[in-house]
Design a protein around this ligand. Structure first.
Ligand code: 5AD
Ligand code: SF4
Length: 523
């Protein structure tokens, strides 16, 4: 088999495996939805946002009733992948709420079922396809059910045909660039016999500045500041699935944040594939009139009464300037948490990845952060087993991890994505080789993370309480400003409050603590 054939087969074998599992009946059976009241979808962030000249959606509130022939049809969305996808699902729920839908209890009482897929690694695709296959029986128990697949996988060349072949019972396939067309897409899926396929190569000019969103929870909200990514790292499928960088106007972002504050949200996370590139496409790169990520941070920090915490994710180290770190250091509400994906500690691998920074430049950025915000929590993403990665190059990643002392890291085995430049590269490592490196890296990183957490024992942190810890009536959980999860004895009345908590026990990923009753100086 040639290398090219091998690549074309990349996704095929997943599909074949899932197909086989469907035939064998070895895919797990569908879990029944938990009993409970059907949740109303409350569309937010829509009616009150009206800066001049801003494009909004017009949605027919009767559309859901018309499509399904009943009042309050139910929708269920299964989401895979990153926060971008999570937030897209919130937006789809928001649009559907305005069409008259309510949230189903689970997939088996839905009238509309959507799978919002991720293509970043093979395992993510496999996961989604497994689930789509698993839920096929619902089509028999409810012939009126509309099932759709959306998100990043349909954006990848050749995948629509594969999805159609594997799941011929689907009513609808669409991508990431046209979720604002959901009302007409669902309507067409109802009326047309064939699977409706509508995947756009890029975001059209009609993409509204403001989309409704039915957010999960009422404390923390994601706010998209930009779409897409122009970086073209050689391993990454995102430029294909999410298109070119496109910033939202800052007036619109600010209005959305202020509306969230009015609704009682306490924390916002500014979202984008590369938030530090914010504004380049809209306001220019340098000089007069330029308005960058640091400026946006300052603007929001000063004009969002009611919002207590501001976070942002995710970044490209290349676009992080010292000016931005200074602006973040000055901004009161912006939390001391930097997720700085490094991917590798080796200059030669970074070059092959086309990351456009080297180890020294990355460490300089870490140095600025540690100098200006000494207690900053720094986390990262690392890929092991990139094509041609030698033992020496891998060792450089290990030494970088030791040098930076990350608080946490997401660590991945390289996964070949057809159509990306890295998929053409020679010297691919075997899965056992990649696994072995991942294991070694995890051992180093987990030891560091635990030691860092142990050093937190006895210190007091401000915790924004998010609610009861699962299954326990008298333990609550929340996060430090550095985004570390902390559990401590407490009750529901603490929810939404920021309280001082003294750390009593450390784990690798989380902390335990106790409420500090008397006023103290915070760590
Ligand atoms: N293989 C493995 N990991 C990948 N990532 C992105 N593309 C790939 C790939 N092809 C990882 C990167 C990125 C994170 C979101 O996913 O580390 O930062
Ligand atoms: Fe997955 Fe990337 Fe799409 Fe997020 S943007 S869902 S990580 S492929």
């Amino acid at each position: 088999m040639t290398q090219k054939d091998h690549k074309a087969d990349d996704l095929n074998h997943i599909l074949d495996r899932v197909e086989q599992m469907m035939k064998d009946g070895t895919l797990e059976l569908l879990p029944m939805a938990e009993q409970g009241a059907t949740e109303d979808l409350t569309p937010g962030g829509f009616d009150h946002l009206e800066p001049a000249g801003v494009a909004q959606m017009q949605i027919d509130p009767e559309a859901g009733r018309r499509i399904h022939g009943k009042p309050e049809p139910r929708v269920h969305i299964e989401t895979f992948g990153c926060q971008m996808n999570e937030h897209d699902s919130e937006i789809m729920y928001g649009i559907l709420a305005q069409m008259g839908y309510v949230k189903a209890q689970g997939p088996d009482d839905a009238d509309l079922l959507l799978f919002n897929t991720c293509a970043v690694r093979e395992s993510a695709v496999e996961h989604a396809f497994g689930r789509i296959g698993q839920l096929k029986p619902l089509k028999y128990t409810n012939p009126d059910l509309i099932i759709g697949v959306c998100g990043c996988v349909p954006q990848v060349e050749g995948q629509v045909e594969r999805i159609k072949r594997m799941f011929p019972y689907l009513d609808l396939i669409f991508g990431t660039h046209n979720i604002h067309r959901l009302p007409e897409l669902v309507e067409r899926a109802r009326s047309e016999r064939e699977t409706v396929v509508d995947v756009w190569e890029s975001m059209g000019d009609d993409f509204p500045d403001i989309l409704p969103a039915a957010r999960e929870g009422d404390l923390k909200a994601w706010v998209t500041i930009m779409y897409g990514c122009d970086k073209h790292c050689t391993y990454c499928i995102v430029p294909t699935t999410r298109g070119k960088e496109r910033s939202r106007p800052y007036e619109v972002i600010l209005a959305e944040v202020q509306e969230l504050a009015r609704q009682g949200f306490k924390e916002i996370t500014l979202l984008g594939q590369n938030v530090n590139a914010y504004g380049k496409d809209l306001y220019g790169r340098h000089g007069e009139g330029a308005f960058d990520f640091g400026d946006l941070i300052e603007l929001i920090d000063r004009n969002s009464p009611g919002i207590e915490r501001i976070r942002f994710t995710t970044n490209h180290p290349k676009d992080f300037t010292r000016k931005m770190v200074e602006q973040i250091a000055r901004a009161e509400k912006v939390c001391e948490w930097f997720h700085l994906p490094v991917q590798s500690g080796s200059d030669s691998v970074l070059r092959r990845m086309k990351r456009s920074y080297n180890r020294k430049q990355y460490l300089r950025l870490v140095g600025w952060i540690r100098e200006l915000i000494p207690d900053a929590v720094i986390t990262t993403d690392i890929i092991v087993g990139f094509p041609g990665e030698t033992e020496e190059e891998f060792q450089e990643t290990l030494s970088l991890v030791e040098e930076v002392q990350y608080d946490a890291a997401f660590m991945f085995m390289y996964s070949e994505r057809a159509g990306t430049p890295a998929a053409q590269m020679e010297d691919r490592l075997s899965v056992p080789e990649k696994k072995e490196r991942l294991q070694r890296l995890m051992e180093v990183q987990n030891r560091i993370a635990r030691a860092k957490n142990e050093a937190r024992v006895g210190k007091v942190y401000d915790i924004l309480v998010e609610g009861l810890d699962k299954g326990k009536p008298d333990v609550v959980f929340g996060r430090t400003r550095g985004n570390i999860l902390v559990t401590f004895p407490g009750d529901e009345s603490l929810r939404g409050r920021i309280v001082p908590v003294r750390i009593t026990r450390a784990g690798t990923w989380t902390l335990e603590g106790e409420l500090v009753e008397s006023p103290v100086t915070l760590a």
